[in-house]
Design a protein around this ligand. Structure first.
Ligand code: PGA
Length: 272
């Protein structure tokens, strides 16, 4: 069984005090709430991974508040160089030192607000694969691209430009997570339908399969992101090609994030 991933992307929200509070509550939920204990069992048995990506300034607080190690910490961005004259940037060795397990690369807000190119995203992805911080590569089409019938073309380009020919199938299958996040669904309250999300994630698998073979395509974890909430999360997770969720707005409060984790945890929750 594929290890599911439920990841929260906090974007530019939650400074240190809010982060400390979030993790204190989440830790208590894992320990004392029946649903929390159910989710923690799934995490400990290796069927579920819960990830939170706070802003850089809250990473240390997140790590030190997460005493149970049930939650993995991710950064939201990184620079591909290890050090140097790159004012305002953060490197992979810095994230390693902070105990980050993952880094989000190529989020649509990085691509479209900050103008990150496929080439720049590729450098970040390749550098992360040389480090101990694993990439969550985001891909997704704009509304006008979907309406023009170019969804597949865009996904194929973003994936093939980022995931270079030099990588082995094992590296791709075991170390990279891909998140399909259609830009029109991010922060809009208009999530993709289960069918559309599954179709796009299935297409991403086809692209990986054609480059790295069917077993790699089977192994690689593919998440859906874009207006995921408590009402649509469970249905999305029943889709064949969706192995997890990348959640923005609904990951900011412990209440909604923990309920999404519980609702999508593998296994059947049995009330006493
Ligand atoms: P959203 O954001 O859940 O608020 O739509 C998702 C994301 O940008 O990762």
């Amino acid at each position: 069984m594929t290890k599911r991933m439920i990841a929260g992307n906090w974007k530019m929200n939650s400074a240190q005090s809010a982060t400390g509070e979030f993790f204190d509550k989440l830790e208590a939920w894992f320990e004392f709430d029946e649903l929390g204990r159910f989710a923690s069992k799934a995490i400990k048995s290796g069927d579920l991974e819960v990830v939170v990506a706070p802003p850089f300034t809250s990473l240390e607080t997140a790590r030190s508040s997460c005493t149970s190690d049930l939650v993995q910490i991710a950064a939201q961005n990184v620079h591909h160089e290890a050090k140097g004259a790159y004012t305002g940037e953060i490197s992979l060795p810095m994230l390693e030192e902070l105990g980050c397990k993952y880094v989000i690369i190529g989020h649509s807000e990085r691509r479209h607000i900050f103008g990150e190119s496929d080439e720049f995203i590729k450098r970040k992805l390749m550098a992360s694969l040389e480090s101990s911080v694993l990439p969550i590569l985001c891909v997704g089409e704009l509304l006008e691209e979907r309406e023009a019938g170019d969804m597949k073309k865009v996904l194929k380009r973003q994936i093939t430009e980022a995931v270079g020919e030099s990588l082995t199938s094992d590296i791709v299958g075991d170390m990279i997570v891909i998140a399909y996040e259609p830009v029109w669904a991010i922060g809009t309250g208009k999530a993709a339908t289960d069918k559309d999300a599954d179709e796009a994630c299935g297409y991403i698998r086809d692209v990986i399969s054609s480059k790295f073979g069917p077993s790699t395509a089977d192994k690689i974890r593919i998440l859906y992101g874009g207006s995921v909430n408590l009402d649509n999360c469970a249905e999305l997770m029943t889709q064949k090609n969706i192995d997890g969720l990348l959640i923005g707005g609904a990951s900011l409060s412990v209440d909604s994030f923990s309920r999404i984790v519980a609702k999508t945890a593998p296994g059947i929750y049995r009330q006493k």
